[in-house]
Design a protein around this ligand. Sequence first.
Ligand SMILES: Cc1cc2nc3c(=O)[nH]c(=O)nc-3n(C[C@H](O)[C@H](O)[C@H](O)COP(=O)(O)OP(=O)(O)OC[C@H]3O[C@@H](n4cnc5c(N)ncnc54)[C@H](O)[C@@H]3O)c2cc1C
Length: 410
Amino acid sequence: MSTEVFDVIVAGGGPAGSSAAYTAASRGASVLLLEKEDSIAETVRTSGVTWLDDVHEFEIPRECYNEIRNFSFQSPNNTVTVTGTTPTAAVLDVRKTYRWLASQAEEKGTEVRVGANVTNVTKDKSCKDSTVTVTWSENQKQSSLRARVVIDATGFPSTVCRSMGLAGQWRRFGAGAEYEAEADYIDREMWWLMVGQRYSPAGYAWIFPVSDRIVRIGVGVGKPESDADPTRILGRLLEEKEGPIAALGRIRPIEFHYGLIPNDGLSRTTVSDNVILVGDSAGQANPLVLEGIRYAIRFGRLAGETAAGAALSRRTTKHDLYPYEKSWRDTIESRIRSAGRIQDRWIGLSDEEWDRELDVIRGMTAQEFVGFIKAEFGTLDMVKMATRHPGTAAKQLFRMALGRKSVGGR
Ligand SMILES: Cc1cc2nc3c(=O)[nH]c(=O)nc-3n(C[C@H](O)[C@H](O)[C@H](O)COP(=O)(O)OP(=O)(O)OC[C@H]3O[C@@H](n4cnc5c(N)ncnc54)[C@H](O)[C@@H]3O)c2cc1C
């Protein structure tokens, strides 16, 4: 039997993979999307918070998300709520959204095959194509496929680039455990972030409302900073009904979610001959709240465009694919570096310091807060906020955001 050949093979049917397949197919490339699970988004590994301006830009349908207007924070001895006049964030129905993204790719002509575990990728001798080895969950048989360009969108495990020896294990990452649960009393417009030792020794806990009836309650822990198990902390928080969890009334878990997200800065080179890395496999995450869905979609689309252009013109060297890497780095690299410094500061804060840090958030408007937490540090906003907050903690924070020695005239 002859080996099937595609212009672009995308490994992984998460937001990065589906978005890459969508634009690659839109450009006229023959595209195969391989997902190892038996359906798209069979396992949910994310809390699904993102930002409304991105949701609108990506044209995610309204039935896929719940809008968030107000942002509350709990530290051991402080509570702050930033109230918005209009919604600025969104909690996604993750399955619906990811399946919608995959259906968009299919509509453009992508062939989607599920139960397809990509186990190995090798470059052909000519270096013109790559061979992708797949194990099918249906019968555990292996087969080989060929592609001009392979996109590694396998997320945290980064199977393609690791099998090719292009990257090693992530050294720094976040581990998160979460219940999607029914609860008696839910304010569907308000999220909660909870910080301090009792919520997470190196990270935070959260309550994200999905609807009037359903919330996601979770705990994230930074590795290797802490060896704490987020699942155990979550169990304790639910049992003891810590902080704002008590106000939810009775909680009835529906589904457990667990996942890992890279937090290694932007340490990987994301193009090689015939190969592009995108989403979590490229380490494209905002370290402030470890969110990566919007980057996965945005840079997935970019990766698909670049891959299609390269495959169709038969110019698929690392050099040919480099514009992808340059473009995404130009967009986020300096922000991610600043956000990484702020994250390092937050990981080291004591409970008392967190109580004070929340006072800095207290003075922000919802727009300012969202800009800050998204790591979109506008110079004018940071200077304005530093002027309003005369305290040392605030000055340090906004200075880090700008990556500068001084802010607010000091
Ligand atoms: C606990 C937790 C909470 C999070 N909360 C948020 C949040 O609130 N907001 C946010 O923006 N981000 C959040 N993130 C991060 C976010 O989930 C990721 O950044 C995002 O999912 C990255 O998308 P991706 O497509 O690169 O990878 P993934 O979503 O991981 O998708 C990878 C896909 O590839 C498939 N796959 C893996 N290996 C193979 C293989 N060998 N062959 C074929 N298919 C394969 C997987 O089954 C999966 O479908 C969270 C992460 C964690 C761990």
